[in-house]
Design a binder for this molecule. Structure first.
Ligand code: PA5
Length: 420
């Protein structure tokens, strides 16, 4: 279970804000979003597990073609729940996973140096089926599969809208296996649908545990008690501090496994809350700028700014009690690092995190600390749902549409116009 410490960020107005939890929850519910109900969908889980079982041993490489919300959750799942050098391990039980979330021509070319095309499954993910990057990637890799005289049906799977879009049509016309992104779930909220769960299952992750963790956070979200409702607490603090000029949120996990979680959250916060208009049509141009940082690495890159630069940031720290390893630091022969005597890497990591938090607090920089015991399927599921629900509350506080992305659509459309 996640623990939350907000004592370094308490704001006077938090109490006023929480009186309206019920109202905000009703407003969110009325929007009919599916990200917190899809986790009960047992058919979805069974279909994914059945497919995974059917293809067991068939593929050496899984390549995800997709971008934004179609890729970031999967990248996070791999980084946080597999070996940190998973794709370089010689002894393997599960296929290697590669997520192509860019169209840099070199990336497109060089991926081919590390995959065995005859034993590759391309999971093509696009909710809309109209994203130029994903269409281009699909077209390219499809032609390679065809040039190798391989059957498309054995090498492609689509995850897309149930009825609409290009990939739905190809799936229907050519009988290619497909999974659905529910209509009421947008890309950045879709990690706990086949978008994230299918690649996760194919690399051996326990998707039922992911969903179990997500349900635990949903229970918190449904609570009208401020003490239990962590998503509400996080969002309210973030919002109230935002009004006081802390317009940036730094998410800083102290865990190598969680750096891609911060990437995932960056999109969630930026695309959901950065909006020109409020729900009444007024121009508001609101947003909170997400910043990723990794402890301890970024202490030696960002800490100076965070401590002494503009006081415009709110910090969310993630502390992990057990890293899954606790290597001792052997003593050096001279006395120059006596303070390391008897200290393990775990202890050093925790102490540096404490030092960073204390320094920021001393400098009046508001921060909260989320603590988990271990990084595993359940806690990752909890974290995904916690931040999704917090983001939904934030949208209510700002009175904006959390779930659209007109700015992204505009640039997609301009790109298409420029190319025609
Ligand atoms: O959150 C979103 O909606 C976006 O970031 C999308 O995930 C991204 O633009 C890709 O869209 P699609 O899944 O339709 O290809």
């Amino acid at each position: 279970m996640i623990k939350l410490d907000i004592s370094n960020a308490l704001t006077e107005n938090l109490k006023k804000q929480h009186k309206r939890i019920g109202l905000y929850l009703d407003n969110i519910d009325q929007k009919g979003q599916g990200f917190y109900t899809v986790i009960d969908d047992e058919n979805m889980v069974n279909e994914i597990l059945k497919f995974t079982e059917n293809v067991k041993g068939k593929y050496e490489d899984i390549v995800v073609l997709g971008i934004g919300g179609s890729a970031l959750g999967t990248i996070c799942l791999q980084q946080s729940l597999k070996h940190l050098y998973e794709n370089e391990l010689k002894m393997r039980t599960w296929p290697k996973l590669h997520v192509l979330d860019n169209i840099d021509p070199l990336l497109i070319k060089q991926i081919q140096d590390v995959i065995n095309i005859e034993k590759t499954l391309f999971i093509t993910i696009s909710k809309s089926g109209g994203t130029p990057e994903t269409l281009a990637q699909y077209s390219y890799f499809r032609s390679i599969v065809e040039k190798n005289n391989l059957d498309i049906k054995n090498h492609f799977v689509f995850i897309t809208d149930a009825k609409k879009g290009f990939f739905r049509k190809v799936s229907n016309d050519e009988n290619v296996v497909s999974f659905e992104v529910p209509e009421n779930i947008g890309g950045r909220f879709s990690v706990l649908t086949p978008v994230g769960l299918l690649p996760a299952a194919l690399i051996g992750l326990d998707i039922k545990k992911l969903l179990k963790g997500a349900k635990a956070s949903r229970d918190l979200f449904y609570s009208d008690s401020i003490d239990k409702n962590f998503p509400f607490q996080i969002a309210a603090i973030q919002y109230l501090l935002g009004l006081e000029g802390k317009s940036m949120t730094v998410l800083m996990p102290y865990s190598q496994k969680l750096i891609r979680f911060a990437d995932w959250y960056r999109q969630l916060l930026a695309e959901s809350i950065g909006k020109a208009k409020d729900n009444n049509g007024n121009t508001v141009n609101v947003g909170l700028t997400p910043i990723n940082a990794l402890g301890v690495t970024d202490q030696h890159s960002q800490s100076q700014l965070y401590n002494e630069g503009p006081n415009d940031k709110f910090f969310i720290f993630i502390k992990v009690n057990n890293f899954g390893a606790d290597e001792e630091i052997p003593m050096l022969n001279d006395n120059s690092a006596k303070y390391l005597k008897g200290v393990s890497f775990k202890k050093l990591m925790h102490t540096e995190q404490e030092g960073t938090i204390k320094a920021l607090t001393k400098n009046g920089r508001p921060n909260i600390i989320l603590t988990i015991d271990n990084v595993n399927e359940e806690t990752i599921g909890e974290l995904f749902m916690l931040f999704e629900c917090a983001t939904a509350f934030l949208g209510e506080f700002f009175n904006i549409n959390t779930f659209d992305q007109p700015g992204v659509e505009l640039s997609k459309n301009i790109t298409k116009e420029l190319l025609t």
